[in-house]
Write a protein that binds this ligand. Sequence first.
Ligand SMILES: [Zn+2]
Ligand SMILES: [Zn+2]
Length: 375
Amino acid sequence: MSEMFLHKCPNCNATLEFNIESGMVVCAYCGSRYNVKDLLTEAGQAASSAADAAGAPAESAKKTDKIKEFDWGKYKERLTREELAGNRSYLCETCGAEVILGATVASAKCPYCDNNLILLDNVTASLRPNAIIPFKILPDQLSDSVKKFYKNRKLLPFHFFDQNKMSAVRGLYVPFWLYNCHLKGQMTLKGSTSRSYTSGDYRITETSNYDLLRDAQMGFERIPVDASLKMPDELMDSLEPFDYSDLTEFNSGYLTGFISERFDSDPDENLPRVTERVNNSLLEIMKGTCTQYSNVSVSENHMNVDESSVKYVMLPIYLFDCMYAGKTYHYAANGQTGKVIGELPVSKGKKWLYFGIPFLILFAIAAFILRWFMG
Ligand SMILES: [Zn+2]
Ligand SMILES: [Zn+2]
């Protein structure tokens, strides 16, 4: 059986939950509030380090050493075969039920007692994310975002959307890779200039073609790619942008009350996608240096990524449904900015709709019967 962890209230021992409005973790039972950075994580280790780095550099440097976090270079070295498929079984500390979760689930709610579970194996030591953007948007604010989304869609009936029709709002943290990379190389673009003049009865157009050589190097920071194979890339891409100035040091206290999963995609395998993205950006910039020419196109591209590094972060999103005229519409929203995308077809979304949901059906029945007879 795998290890699980509950952030408990030091005052009354009830389970804590992250509160978006205050940015603190709160105890619903006794009302106590705590700073996430002050929360003790696994093994009684205070997770805070970046916050006090400015004040006491020597001591915090020591502290930072102790806290392991994700390092792809090192992780890759000792990566042999991972058990990412299938399920793991946990014992809920609070109600004692056996909870079956996907192997990549990092936080969830106990399906029996509704307590907030943190699955330690997936978010600590070498799997501890480098940073997180905590939720900023409240579930209540989503209906405004949806109205904004529908503002220019005149075909939909008035009052198509109101909060009453909203159901199953789920806050999730999705694992993301953030790449830094540096591109270097040469690029040849083609461009032309032309001039027209009249000579006697003739109108003459003279066109000159040029090869435009460019030596370029450019650094790109924080190029995001979602790190969960369950999440469709297009969906995640369309929820961008995130404001990375909100990135803060990871603490599992942010996950408490939300569903989350660890990464299951390989950052090296995503690199071509990143390279393509930065290459396209660079191309636009290079075209911008050829404004005196027309019909500018690329004839040769020898730009290469000569340096890259990756950070592992958790980013907040919402998934929710809306019922209208007997039909269910699926939506996703950026949990930091409130940007909504919607009317997602069911079939395509099937996989991610079940993101992090504990395996219930059979086990719920089994546990219930057991408790019934034993209680
Ligand atoms: Zn309490
Ligand atoms: Zn439980």
